[in-house]
Write a protein that binds this ligand. Sequence first.
Ligand SMILES: [Mn+2]
Length: 323
Amino acid sequence: MIKNSFQEAARFLIDNRSFLIAGHVNPDGDTLGGMCALALALKRMGKEVAAVCADEVPDSYRFLPGSEYIMRQIPKGAVYDAAIVVDCDGLGRAGELAQTLRKFNRMLEIDHHQGEGSGIGLTLIFSTAASCGEIIYNLMQQASIEIDSHIADCLLTAIITDTGSYRFTNVTPDTLRISADLVQAGGSPCKISQKVYDTRTLSATKLLGYALSSICTAADGRIAYTSVSKAQMADAGADESETEGIVNYVRSVKGAEIGVLFRESSDGGTRISLRSVAGVDISPIARMFGGGGHKVAAGCSLNLPLTDAIDKVLEALISWMGY
Ligand SMILES: [Mn+2]
């Protein structure tokens, strides 16, 4: 794996004057928490910072300090010395921003997927880290950046969401040590859990109802799956980001080793989210369809209508499981 040192990455933060911080499409707590933490720290260092994400910040993450800096587009005419890319397994994950990012000479990619980075600049890619939040914590320590309660909340959100509240197999002693330091610095797991998990909009709750009421199983119950159509989203008044988390309910059906959520996209294609129990590596299936992710959480998109996508992915999953 190509890896640069934390010293080099710390120098990169100190030496450059202005930064474009980018995250991935359909942003989650790790990409957003990491982006916000970096934006807050760099602004405090007197740097010029723009944080950009091709998709809207979901409501449940608007509490993140620094999320007010996240824009959908790069300000017209703005030029930045360097780019920092957070939680992207390849620049393509940044969606519409990828083109702009490829023009940078100075780049720092912070990630914990299996990929090796774009090869443009520096990389801090550690596939054993549970979240980018942990890597950014180590980077800040190296750069002697003081972690205040705002940054602590951002990094703790990254860790809590990417570990499923410390329930996934990716949790390591370091995950917990870093979390302890972040709580010491003023981060609040209680507040984060309430904002991210215990607050659901009415529209998202209705949509969850639709999704749960039509769960099906296949392969003797070892696969549980459901779908959400554009019509159901419209009926619930929900947007695409409000499907986040539904797949975890699907996976939790007793006996299911794999949970799948099929979501009809606005462009007529289908977005597929996959979850598996520990010990079942679902990422090869996501990659088979041009997607990616982790062993127990992966995803892909198919340029097919909902019902065709369901047929195609189920067929692949069922034969993959040896049926
Ligand atoms: Mn992540």
